[in-house]
Structures are given as structure tokens and as C-alpha cells.
Ligand binder design. Sequence first.
Ligand SMILES: Nc1ncnc2c1ncn2[C@@H]1O[C@H](COP(=O)(O)OP(=O)(O)O)[C@@H](O)[C@H]1O
Ligand SMILES: [Mg+2]
Length: 342
Amino acid sequence: MIHIDRLVLRNFRGIVRGEVELAPLTILVGPNNSGKTTILEALALAHGFRPIFGNYDIQNILSYIHRTYASESLDHLVYSYGARVSRALIAFRTREEVARTIVIDVHRDHLDFYLVDKPVNLEELLTIDREELRRSAGGKEIAHVHRFRGGGGFSLVKVLADVVIVRYDLVHRFQDFLYSVWTDIANRGITSRVAEWVSQIAGEKYIDILAEPFGGKPTLYLYRGDRARVRVGDVGDGVKMLVLSRTVVEYVDPEIVLWDDVEAHMNPRALQLLALWLAELVDGGKQVVVTSHSLEAVTTIAELCDKATIVRLALENGELRTEYLSVEDVEKLKSLGIDVRA
Ligand SMILES: Nc1ncnc2c1ncn2[C@@H]1O[C@H](COP(=O)(O)OP(=O)(O)O)[C@@H](O)[C@H]1O
Ligand SMILES: [Mg+2]
């Protein structure tokens, strides 16, 4: 199993310079605009631009997260608000493998993505010219993205690992993605397992998940033992998040699971169930990175997993600062009246 030990960023969105050490389970906590989502997006690119399933791919997901942009391309990924940059870097360091660095060359009307698949000096890589990059640093072009015209021309290179990213606003799309591969999912016995699992917090007992059109539209249902069924769209948001996310993760079986704002829609029991599952994923060899604004979520998750690390983030003038905390550190700060999220 791949394990990313360290992520290093240069000029990636709001992070001009940053570095974060990752554990099997990492909990990123910090104020708004401290770079939490940005870090997850950089990690998501470890998947490269291969399809995950259906039209669920990383480009599609990242564009959706930033859908306030008119553009459907990836130009929002680079640091271009403050200073114009010509190059952004995302470097993945792993224990098991040669380091991989994604180089994003920023042109006036398009982006080039390169994959450098050996350890390199990042400062040199920032300034090396394009021809040189291609030749001597082992740069392999993985994608070529036109800034204002959407993607295209993506190759199928695997950068490092299969990744699934979960967010409250993506979950609505999971249903469509899942529906398109439903026969495969149902055949693998995933659906009854997930239905029974989520029943623990749902207040009603589900035994399976079914797919059928409703008014001509692809629809998933939670099936109850008494032959009644309820549309996944109609159950509470917490239940919906858990059902759809777990089904996606079980189906894709990625090496890395990223979960943004992990407490969103979760009441304490749902959070507990989620935390237990995340700990299970980690025990099964997956790497998990979550972000949170909730001290309750931070301690619930960290206490259930001995491989968890809490990272407190701060972003100042593009410099990412990190502080590594244990559950005891968080409790101690709390008792001193210091909020680690602030
Ligand atoms: N393309 C970009 N160029 C420069 N700064 C950006 C870009 N995209 C986002 N930012 C900045 O990054 C910050 C948002 O980071 P984000 O990771 O979403 O924070 P968090 O998830 O911790 O709330 C904001 O300060 C925003 O201005
Ligand atoms: Mg965020």
C-alpha cells in the first residue's frame, strides 16, 4: 500500500510555500482559509487524471468544488491572485516509493502538467526551463489543460495512488456516479453491508440499497425489511453522506481517502460511526486525511485510532505553518481556553 509521508507545495492555490507530514490518519484543523481544502486537493492529484468511475474523476471533482468559477478547467489550482507565477509544484514523498512531483507550468492560456518520478531539488525545479524539465528531470507530460476551455488530452498516467475525496457538496453527485455502475456494485454485495451499517444511526432498519428510476430519473433507495423503501435523497443528510460515501469508497477501494469538513451533517452518534469506520480503513492499510472545524470531531476520531495525528494549520502571506498535536495537547489547550481552530 502506498503511503504519503510528506506533501510539499509551492505556488499551489493560496499556499506559496508549505509542507505537511502525514500519518496513516491525519486530522487537519485550523481557521477558515488556512489551507485545509487546498491540501486535500493537492493530495487528490495523486490520483492523476485517470477516470475513477463514470465521469467521476479528479478534474471533474475539483472543478465542481470551485464551481463558482465560470471556467471548467483547472486554472484555479495555481497561485495567481497575488503574484503571477509561471510554475507550481506538488511533491509527494513516500516511504515505499521514489518521490513524485507534479509540476504545473502556467502559460497564458493553458496549463501543462508534468510528472517527475524521481527525487529532485524543488528549488531547482521551480526555475529550470521547460525544455530542460522535459529532458533531464525525467519530466513526463501527464496532461495539457486549456485554461478556459475545460480539460481534454489527459493521459491515463497514475501519479501515485487511487484517491476518493468526500465533501458534503460532492455527495449529491455520488448518487449519479453510483447509479451508472450499479449492477457491478450490487453484484459485489456492497449494498446490503452499507445499508445494515448505516441502520445503526438511522432510527430505522435498512437491509439493502436498490436502484430504480423515479419519474425517469436515476434514483437510489434504502430498502426496509417491511418492504417499504425510502429514497436516499429523502433521508437525513448525515445518513445520506454515510451511505453514499461508504458505497463509493467500498466500490472504488482507493488507497487514499480524503474527507473535507468531516463533521458536516454528523450528529455525535453518526460521527462516532464514521470515526470507527475511518479507523477500520486505516487498519486495512488505507491512508486517511480529514479536515475539521470541530474539536469534538478531532478528539472523537483521534481517540479511536492510535495511528492518528492532529495537525494544526495556519496560513500567513502564503506561508503554511504546521503544528503537530496529540489528543492530550488538544485537551490541554482547551483547558487553557485556547481554541486550536483559531
Ligand atoms: N488560485 C488561488 N490563488 C491564490 N489564492 C487562492 C487561490 N485559491 C484559493 N486561494 C486562497 O486560499 C484560501 C482558501 O484556502 P482553503 O484551503 O479553501 O481554506 P480552508 O479549507 O482551510 O478554509 C483563501 O485565502 C483563498 O484566497
Ligand atoms: Mg475548506
